[in-house]
Design a protein around this ligand. Structure first.
Ligand SMILES: Nc1ncnc2c1ncn2[C@@H]1O[C@H](COP(=O)(O)OP(=O)(O)OP(=O)(O)O)[C@@H](O)[C@H]1O
Length: 813
């Protein structure tokens, strides 16, 4: 058994920091890396040891199987091979390497049967009919049982013992294991192997390809003789196979694929109508290798599983017909309609059939371009950083390989003591986390037993812990802050994360930005290094590309579906900007909304404001002006945010006034207009906010509303197709209504908005305004929202903001 305690003490002696800890605490370390306690640490190591042992065992099994194949093939190849022993009583072949022999011989020891699972081969005894076949050379078509490994091993052990006792086993025994060799009628597998056999025959000086593949060489035969069973049992089997072939009659043997040079009578074999002929061919094929041919499992399943999935097929046909109908009304312009979609379908790319079924049920048939570009790379397990425009299906592009990774990990034989989290998805906001989890669940619709858990702020920490303890979750979608709380709280999450296979950073550039970077770095410290990391975003500035090395392996793929030098925003969004005096902004927003509602009866609009408090003020004003609005920002409780988010997702004819909590990743379908009031924090924020409309290749509209002094920001967007709109005429009635509505809003909301406004613009370094000008502008804002005088600041706050002695700033007494 693995000496985990020994290792632990070794570990401790190697860790200076932990040693100090022991001395201080007296009774041994309380903490191990990743916040584990000593029992978790011990369990973790025991688990790792078990996994290692299992891996070794699997390798040994492969060596053993390779050796069996090699023996069977060399026997089939006859005695003319220079590396094969001409004496039929000396059994061929094969490995000169002692350690390989030793590995294979491990299966000859007592109890070795238990090392085999059902997956390794049938343990069922052969039926009488099958047993009768080889002995009497009957029709082989009905024989397709698997090799009885357990029997083979125990029989061979007897052989070895008899041999040691001086018996000539081969001649005298009733060796029944050979009867179980698979002479199956799966003719379709026979061709490629038969061809390989031909090659072997023709080029007699070369050794068997498969032996070489697995590190076995057919020289030094003598060295191998004396490894009792493998030679005797195996060759004994093979002799019966050869006998059988001879007894099938010379005509059939001549027809066999690997005697092609001597005979032109291939047709019978190829045709497959003649059972006798086909069986003879199979004997020289993989079928004769029985359960030792590992290729069988690789070739069968996928198409078989899909074969009779009629509901899926019906769905596919419906989808195609629907598309054709649509295009007929679109002048047949398929490209235009489906510009984000690629030609490739999900059922063509090696995904699990059940996932494909779920995708079809969700209406996903063809991949989008980013999905096509990334899926194969991600499925290979490579690290990748991916840039693709907003609304082009990046979420599915990372969720699909993540799900495949979970399926692969859960299907392995390892049974870890602590249920591992295989996939961790980090994203910047709570709503985005819920959205991603919902999409993952839709893709897992037909996969039982794979759980997705969201860990986000604003919910009860204890509830998270209870859920983590009661159910195993393989996929976690989290915001960095809450995840770190769990890690640092030593609630055991670190242990679950030790089995992590895939880490995903959605909105990666934002997560690696200063606001999140520290948390993300701490999280990275607790994750295993052996993992796949995937970074996705619609914007990846150069500096983020550099920082991404924190997460990614050196050899990672950079996939950019936007194209270097191409416009980074979706082509179908009509972008415009409007410059109007700050004091008119509320009226202009009202005017733009009214106009849009008239033009688009199914309107759905998002109005982005600079901060949460300014959002709140805008919302209250528009509500007073009888518009159908909702508000969403970080100052609202989580339940409220979730409710509004869901309502807006499903609604039409609604206006969402929001801050940057809704800027990234949120997929509200069919948003017709995005208005951004004031400068966005940077170019990336502009692109992500704009990207809430024009998703999935649909049309959309974006308007940026700036004050004259904010115009400098347009420089950041000069490569984007923004059109200048003239200032709309605001009639006196609207002016009056706005003033009246503003007067009804509580002054605490206005004061909050003023403070937030000042804080926001003061934090933008590129603003290019000195502090005095900035305070002047802030005070103009204060007047425009109906405050008599600018609200005062706490001395401490003013100091922190560098505004203490700036004229116009009032300090609270
Ligand atoms: N293969 C597909 N077929 C049809 N629709 C798809 C496909 N893939 C994704 N979608 C849909 O496209 C929309 C946008 O997807 P998603 O939210 O993943 O975009 P994104 O690229 O992550 O956007 P953002 O950059 O804003 O985060 C969603 O409504 C999603 O359901």
């Amino acid at each position: 058994m693995y000496p985990s305690l020994l290792r632990r003490s070794k570990y401790l002696s190697e860790q200076p920091r932990t040693r100090i800890f022991i001395r201080l605490m007296g009774g041994g370390p309380r903490n191990f890396p990743g916040g584990l306690n000593q029992w978790q640490w011990k369990r973790l190591h025991e688990k790792k040891a078990k996994e290692k042992e299992q891996r070794l065992l699997d390798q040994e099994k492969q060596f053993f199987q390779a050796r069996m194949r090699s023996q069977i093939r060399s026997s089939l190849a006859g005695q003319s091979h220079p590396n094969l022993n001409p004496d039929p009583n000396k059994y061929n072949p094969v490995s000169p390497k002692e350690y390989l022999k030793a590995l294979a011989d491990r299966f000859m020891k007592d109890g070795a049967e238990d090392l085999w699972s059902e997956n390794d081969g049938s343990l069922k005894p052969p039926s009488d009919e099958q047993t009768a076949f080889v002995g009497t050379n009957q029709q082989p078509g009905s024989i397709n049982s698997l090799v009885d490994l357990r029997k083979l091993i125990s029989e061979s052990r007897k052989v070895s013992q008899n041999r040691n006792n001086g018996f000539n086993y081969v001649k005298s025994r009733d060796y029944s294991a050979h009867r179980d060799l698979d002479f199956g009628s799966r003719g379709d597998f026979a061709k490629p192997l038969a061809r390989r056999q031909t090659k072997f025959r023709r080029n007699e000086s070369s050794s068997s390809g498969d032996c070489e593949d697995h590190g076995f060489v057919n020289d030094n035969v003598e060295n191998f003789v004396g490894n009792s069973w493998d030679e005797r049992g195996g060759v004994s089997n093979l002799r019966n196979v050869s006998d059988f072939m001879k007894n099938r009659g010379s005509e059939t043997v001549k027809q066999s694929r690997f005697r092609r040079n001597e005979s032109d009578d291939d047709d019978d074999l190829e045709g497959g109508g003649d059972r006798r002929g086909r069986s003879a061919k199979d004997i020289g094929s993989r079928a004769a290798l029985g359960e030792y041919d590992m290729k069988k499992t690789r070739r069968v399943p996928l198409k078989e599983l899909e074969k009779n999935d009629f509901p899926n097929e019906v769905e596919l046909i419906r989808y195609e017909l629907g598309r054709k109908k649509k295009f007929a009304g679109n002048g047949g312009n398929m490209e235009e309609e489906d510009s984000i979609l690629s030609e490739k379908r999900f059922d063509e790319c090696g995904l699990s059939p059940l996932t494909v079924k779920a995708l079809i049920a969700a209406g996903y048939v063809q991949m989008t371009r980013v999905q096509e570009a990334t899926l194969s790379v991600c499925l290979e397990g490579k690290d990748a950083i991916v840039k693709a425009k907003t609304g082009t299906g990046k979420s599915a592009a990372f969720l699909l390989p993540a799900i495949e990774a979970v399926l692969k990990a859960t299907s392995s034989n390892d049974k870890p003591q602590v249920p591992p989290i295989y996939v961790l998805i980090l994203c910047p906001t709570r709503e985005l986390a819920s959205q991603i989890a919902a999409e993952a669940n839709a893709m897992l619709k037909y996969h039982d037993g794979i759980g997705v858990l969201t860990l986000v702020g604003g919910t009860r920490f204890k509830d998270d812990q209870r859920r983590l303890e009661s159910d195993p979750y393989q996929i976690i979608v989290a915001t960095p802050g809450r995840l770190l709380d769990h890690i640092e709280n030593k609630g055991g999450l670190s242990v679950h994360l030790m089995g992590l296979k895939v880490l995903i950073l959605d909105e990666a550039d934002h997560l690696l930005d200063l606001g999140f970077r520290k948390d993300v770095e701490k999280i990275l410290d607790c994750l295993p290094r052996q993992r796949q990391s995937l970074l996705f975003s619609a914007t990846i500035p150069k500096e983020v590309r550099r920082i991404s090395q924190l997460v990614l392996k050196r050899e990672h793929a950079f996939i950019n579906t936007v194209g270097v030098g191409c416009v980074e925003t979706p082509a179908k969004i009509k972008q415009s900007f409007l410059v109007s005096p700050q004091k008119l902004h509320f009226q202009v927003v009202h005017h733009l909304l009214k106009e849009h509602i008239q033009q688009a009866p199914d309107y759905k609009v998002i109005v982005f404001c600079t901060t949460g408090m300014v959002t709140s003020l805008m919302y209250q004003l528009l509500r007073e002006m009888k518009m159908n609005v909702r508000e969403m920002h970080s100052r609202k409780p989580q339940l409220y945010r979730t409710r509004i988010s869901n309502e807006f997702r499903e609604s039409k004819c609604l206006i969402l006034v929001t801050s940057d909590v809704s800027a990234r990743g949120m997929n509200y379908p069919d948003v017709t207009l995005v208005i951004q009031v004031g400068i966005p924090y940077d170019r990336e924020h502009y692109i992500h906010r704009l990207g809430r409309t024009g998703r999935e290749g649909k049309d959309g509209k974006g308007i940026l509303l700036l004050a004259p002094w904010e115009e400098y920001f347009l420089n950041e967007l000069k490569d984007l197709p923004l059109e200048k709109f003239p200032i709309p005429h605001i009639d006196s009635e609207t002016n009056f209504m706005t003033e009246e509505s503003m007067s009804k809003i509580d002054s605490s909301v206005k004061e909050g908005a003023y403070h937030a406004w000042l804080g926001y613009y003061n934090s933008i370094r590129e603003i290019g305004r000195d502090k005095t000008t900035l305070v002047e502008l802030a005070n103009q804002f204060s007047t425009s929202i109906g405050l008599q005088k600018p609200p005062s600041l706490f001395r401490k706050t003013a100091l922190k903001m560098g505004l203490k002695d700036i004229p116009g700033i009032r300090i609270r007494r």
